[in-house]
Design a protein around this ligand. Structure first.
Ligand code: ACO
Length: 440
């Protein structure tokens, strides 16, 4: 903590607010005593200028396009690590030793089965339920199947292992059940990523042949999504967790937050947008025009980011993975050609340049997932599996933080001043909307 302060002058009085400096020189002034000392609060829609915590998990610099987990550049992890090792790094704060990694992998394998009774849950969801809704509900339901353990250390260790291990099984299971296919169980001889692909695509009549290029691409996809500091879903996990709910409930809330098209749902939205162009329902020209038109709520999906004001470093890696995978598999995806052209057009357009709008990770990840055979409505689930270690690490950090309190923002009330209750017969008679009855 530095000795520097920021001075706030209000109603002739000067208040000194301590300055906090991070490892990489980022600065914030600490307003935790602001209301007590001045009677003021801050107003920051979308929290764009608000630090909600100090954290030693992930560093990102939006201006320079840097992303590091526990200090290690994401480029190095994508090149040299595995998703399981990266998950360990995020959750435990250091790269595992060989024996630590073996123990983690053994535990992930041992806990990979899902309680058989959970299968009956799946069958009660309506046929066309979105897998994100199912996943969020199922993760929340895990608490009912696995009650709290004796000690907090044991509880955290087991819950973390169960979540990382089972979420992948549950995701593959929901896909199989939604297709009316037989569920495939995890295999102890397969790696985390290979196991997932096998559970998704193996069938009794057509055994799935594991392709190492696919496994490698999935590894990188999940590593790139593993954490991204205080984004919408992670902040949700921390906020819900601050009420001291169990980890399953906090992660379930994070999954729900990730579902939105402005956040994790963007990878699905990108593919839908590219498909519309391919089918001729939209054109690149019209898409670009619409994105620039202030009166049109449309946004160019997979472009722009709250923090990155340059290329999202994950997008660069994902684009390379995408090119490599399509080339190795000798796949031709017309959506990839459209994506390349759309990117080039947007990056040479002054609107996107002036607004610092560059492709984010979701712009190319959908094409990678398509090449693996993942159906579009499972894309955000894929993101959720990848983000899980980050959510867990952030939740754990918040639980261990002595200064962490129940998250409870304030507001500036702008509604009516005190107003007396009006009896029914004295109220204005207004036209109500129609009543839609079920079955009508
Ligand atoms: N297309 C067109 N214009 C955009 C876009 C876009 N994708 N993104 C931002 N803008 C424009 C806005 O219209 C606004 O213009 P103005 O200043 O002239 O009014 C300006 O850029 C700033 O926009 P904000 O909404 O204030 O930026 P914010 O930081 O809140 O938005 C967000 C970030 C939500 C990601 C936004 O860029 C967006 O909607 N992108 C498309 C959805 C997407 O790809 N989401 C994935 C994000 S990455 C992730 O979650 C993994």
């Amino acid at each position: 903590m530095s000795q520097e302060t920021v001075k706030l002058i209000y109603q002739g009085q000067t208040f000194e607010l301590p300055l906090v400096t991070g490892t990489e020189g980022e600065k914030a002034f600490d307003i935790s005593q602001l209301r007590r000392k001045t009677g003021l609060i801050t107003l920051d829609s979308g929290y764009a200028n608000t630090g909600s915590c100090t954290s030693s998990i992930t560093f990102m610099d939006g201006e320079r396009g840097i992303l590091r987990y526990r200090g290690i550049p994401v480029e190095q992890l994508a090149e040299r690590s595995s998703f399981v090792e990266t998950a360990y790094l995020l959750i435990h704060g250091h790269l595992p030793s060989r024996r630590e990694l073996t123990r983690f992998s053994v535990l992930l394998n041992d806990h990979s089965l899902v309680h058989e009774d959970m299968r009956s849950f799946y069958s009660t969801f309506p046929r066309f339920s979105h897998p994100m809704g199912i996943l969020s509900a199922m993760v929340n339901a895990l608490r009912s199947f696995y009650p709290e353990l004796q000690t907090i250390e044991e509880e955290i260790d087991m819950t973390v292992t169960r979540l990382v291990s089972k979420v992948r099984t549950m995701a593959a299971m929901s896909y199989k059940i939604s297709r009316g296919h037989k569920v495939v169980y995890p295999r102890p001889d397969l790696s985390y990523c290979a196991n997932f692909l096998n559970m998704m695509f193996d069938t009794p009549v057509r055994p799935y042949v594991i392709d190492q290029d696919m496994v490698d691409a999935l590894n990188v996809f999940w590593i790139l999504h593993a954490d991204h500091e205080q984004n919408c879903s992670t902040s949700t996990v921390r906020m819900v967790g601050s009420g001291r709910v169990n980890l399953y409930a906090a992660i379930s809330a994070g999954i729900a937050a990730l579902w939105g098209p402005l956040h994790g749902g963007a990878n699905q939205a990108v593919i839908e947008m590219l498909k519309k162009i391919h089918q001729g329902d939209e054109s690149i020209d019209r898409i670009i025009q619409r994105a620039k038109d202030k009166s049109d709520p449309f946004r160019l999906m997979g472009f722009g980011h709250r923090v990155y004001k340059t290329f999202d470093p994950r997008a660069r890696i994902m684009k390379k993975v995408c090119d490599r995978l399509l080339e190795k598999l000798r796949l031709e995806d017309p959506l990839m050609d459209i994506a390349r052209e759309l990117e080039a057009r947007a990056l040479s357009d002054s609107f996107f340049v002036d607004h610092n709008l560059y492709p984010n990770v979701d712009f190319y990840s959908g094409i990678v997932l398509r090449a693996m055979g993942i159906p579009t409505n499972m894309f955000t689930v894929m993101f959720a599996i990848g983000r899980l270690p980050g959510w867990i690490a952030q939740w754990k950090e918040s639980m261990d933080d002595p200064s962490w309190r129940l998250a409870r923002p304030r507001q500036i009330y702008v509604g009516p001043p005190e107003t007396a209750y009006v009896p029914m017969n004295e109220r204005e008679d207004r036209e109500p909307g129609p009543i839609h009855r079920p079955g009508e």
